[in-house]
Design a protein around this ligand. Sequence first.
Ligand code: TRP
Length: 338
Amino acid sequence: MKKRILTGDRTTGKLHLGHYVGSLSQRVALQDEYETFILLADVQALTTHFDNPELINSSILDVAMDNLSVGLDPEKSILIQQSAISSIAELTVFYSMIATVNHLLINPTIKSEARNYGITEEGTESGFDFSKLTYGFLGYPVSQTADITFCNADLVPVGEDQVPHIEYTRKLVRKFNEMYGTNITIPTYKLSPVSRLAGLDGNSKMGKSLGNAIYLSEDADSVNKKVMNALTDTARTSVKIPGNPDVCMAFKYHQIFNKDEVDNVDNMCRNAAIGCVACKRNLAAAINGFLDPIREKRAYYENNIQKVKDIIHFGTDKANEIGNKNLAEIKEKMHVLV
Ligand code: TRP
């Protein structure tokens, strides 16, 4: 029997190249070897976007189409709407009884995300502003533990930022199994070869909230503009001065999206044989070449939205069946069934 993958995305907007590099590419590559479950994490989206349910709702379809258009095959992988899986909600409650607040407060990903959303406060012992930190946000690694374990997933392909969550999941599930004698699978994670994509602006990460994202559904003109703004070697003030690709963000992207020409680009830059504008134009062409087949697939799904909904409904029904069965076993072990 094939081992099972579960991974997913918050439905807070369209996915970008950072998601592709950090996670989507890996799930597409693994879907033949593993039974693959992709979670459209709309409940987790609420932890930070509770005031924007319309965005979350439209993003469910967007994120589904992003996954399908990069090559996730609905014949092999299923798409699941998180809020429709009752076993995830129930498991979250059970896990929350043994999840300590202290353990959540020291999670580095929670802290850095809290910073992005203005929920931190300098000078306090915890580093958080407790009047803004919600119970749901602080506890989302608990519900993510339920996401991963409702179906006893073996493997979670993720980007680097998610590693603290998976390590947390492993600890929490171990504790739960020991306490109740359950046999919930302790998952492992797998990082992509490039687990974090830096922003073209020099930020250590590409992110929607950082304003430096190139979306998988973005049109060519807009990609061209964004690439033209990339941070290059600041010491190279003239085309005649040799450049240093090691400090150039455009070069980092050449390494990922223009592999065939990367040695040539490196050479030309160091020898002042190409200027930054021409070099960025080449990069934009490479990124657009990479995105073209993705755009084409997406256009198909956008014209067949009912198909996308059917795929989600099919996957969600299957996940509920599996989750309900597992939850019944867990409840029996916990003696909460009468
Ligand atoms: N937290 C993940 C992110 O922000 C999304 C997610 C939700 C997830 N549930 C998951 C990832 C379960 C892996 C497994 O990208």
